[in-house]
Design a protein around this ligand. Structure first.
Ligand code: NCD
Length: 285
């Protein structure tokens, strides 16, 4: 049994195994296997992607989107809920507002647990699909400059992708954010213009409204960095613009038509294939 809790759980070899399967797209059947998706926090893509992945592999699902209709409302503890679903399913995919929740789930679960986002902690499967997307454009990541922009402190996709990337030794990684939203302990800057010309992968993120205790500071910071067609003019022809989505205002909608914008065009489908690969590797007998 193997859980997927953190991007740090992966070696380069593990990653390449997942990617090889995601590229090949020859799937074993998971008929008779069941995936429980326990989403304590809102989700569009990650939820839809896991459900679609399991269905396409021929497996069954227990889709729980929001715990409002479960015994959580009656006061059931997180541990008891997880233990219950670990008896009903072969794998549990969990999203939760608290960082560390997936690790707790893994302590009680008798089946593998996949962290589908734990608060401001991590989102390892998003990082895999992001890296897969980067690799499909740039074969040698050691030649690539990646620029993360936005809410780097609260953005869990950034935390996970950063650790996966470190295994591939990118040429340079820039962290651009308002000072208040920098990753603690990491040197960043608040000057996007300066690094745009050398950037190969521009990774935009949403300012994570739900993590702010003070609505005024959210309002003050939310539009500090916006990608518009003017930004795209300063970006290399060969660069790509990524976003884990949902996009709010940080990328102007007319940028979607730019061929370098890969968030709708590539990342979503790649997410499906990477998750099909992960489910196959964890569940196929
Ligand atoms: C992200 C998340 O939930 O962390 N979305 C996703 O899963 N693709 C990003 C975000 O919410 O901003």
């Amino acid at each position: 049994m193997k859980h997927i809790l953190s991007a740090k759980d992966f070696s380069k070899e593990d990653i390449e195994n997942v990617f090889a399967l995601a590229r090949k797209k020859v799937w074993p059947t998971l008929a008779g296997k069941v995936m429980a998706a326990l989403f304590y926090e809102p989700s569009t893509r990650t939820y839809g992607s896991f459900i679609s992945a399991m269905q396409r592999l021929g497996g069954g699902i227990i889709p729980i989107s929001g715990m409002g209709n479960t015994s959580v409302v009656k006061g059931e503890t997180f541990r008891d809920t997880v233990e219950t679903f670990s008896k009903l399913s072969d794998i549990i995919v969990i999203r939760h507002p608290e960082s560390g929740a997936a690790h707790i789930a893994a302590e009680v679960s008798t089946v593998p647990v996949i962290n589908a986002g734990d608060g401001t902690g991590e989102h390892p499967t998003q990082a895999l699909l992001d890296l897969f997307t980067i690799q499909s454009h740039f074969h040698d990541i050691s030649e690539v400059t990646v620029t993360f922009v936005g809410d780097l402190k609260n953005g869990r996709t950034v935390h996970s992708l950063r650790s996966l990337l470190s295994l591939y030794h990118p040429k340079k990684v820039h962290f651009v954010s308002p000072r208040e939203l920098a990753i603690p302990g990491i040197t960043g800057s608040d000057n996007l213009e300066e690094v745009l010309p050398e950037t190969d992968v521009l990774y935009m993120t949403r300012v994570q409204k739900e993590r702010f205790s003070d609505p005024l500071s959210y309002e003050r910071l939310k539009d500090r960095f916006r990608v518009t067609s003017a930004t795209m003019k300063k970006l290399k022809k060969t660069a790509i613009l990524m976003h884990p989505l949902p996009r709010v205002t940080e990328i102007a909608t007319d940028v979607d038509r730019d061929p370098r914008a890969v968030y709708f065009r590539e990342q979503i489908k790649n997410g499906l294939y990477v998750r099909m690969a992960l489910l196959s590797l964890l569940l196929a007998t």
